[in-house]
Write a protein that binds this ligand. Sequence first.
Ligand code: ADP
Ligand code: ADP
Ligand code: ZN
Length: 216
Amino acid sequence: MNIILLGPPGAGKGTQARKLVDEHGMVQLSTGDMLRDARNSGTKMGRVVADVMDRGALVTDEIVIGLIAERLEREPESVVFIFDGFPRTLAQADALGDLLDRMGRTLGVVIEIAVDDEALVARISGRFTCEGCGEVYHDTIKPPVKDGICEECGSTEFSRRADDNEESLRVRLLAYYKQTSPLIGYYHAKHLLKSVDGMADMDTVSAEISRILAEA
Ligand code: ADP
Ligand code: ADP
Ligand code: ZN
């Protein structure tokens, strides 16, 4: 049973996806991470997506669907996926449905993580990530226990995203409301939507998600 985590930038999708990987052995498919890898690869496609991402706009459906299709085909049948940051448009949602159907896979539940806009600015501006293992931290909400050392892997290298600034966040939020939030209605109509209060602390959100998965 595959799941989608849906929510605005900074809602906590990546944080919760990592917990699901740790606790339930699922495989996280983050199109944001795939696109960041693509831009670092120095290919022509990488150069095209870099500019779009830095502006905070959405990369074309064609590119994103292509990346996902390629990944899905590579993984063994037994794998359970968590889609993090995908789909982000109705066209992507339709394409995902077709891909899963063709592979004999099902979508079990779509979990919307709802967070107030004002909280997103604070989350995004304090976010940083471990270069070694991808663990997501926050300057004040979730700093590493030992300053400057990743709790998960011991790395001392961290990075901040070029698009994690207020200006880009404004564009990303607009893209979310205009292009992605219609998916809430789309999955509601398919009886797949569950919502969690993303304003709660990380552990509470995580417990709520585990409860939903146990019932699904
Ligand atoms: P966030 O943490 O803000 O939700 P992501 O890491 O998921 O952001 O995505 C970062 C950027 O990558 C987006 O602003 C967008 O430019 C691009 N991107 C990621 N996923 C998609 C997608 N499914 N469709 C189009 N663009 C995407
Ligand atoms: P997304 O993948 O949806 O963009 P992240 O998981 O990267 O979001 O979280 C964005 C920032 O907010 C990170 O710095 C993370 O540590 C922090 N964060 C995640 N969940 C919560 C929460 N429930 N309460 C407060 N801060 C959170
Ligand atoms: Zn680490």
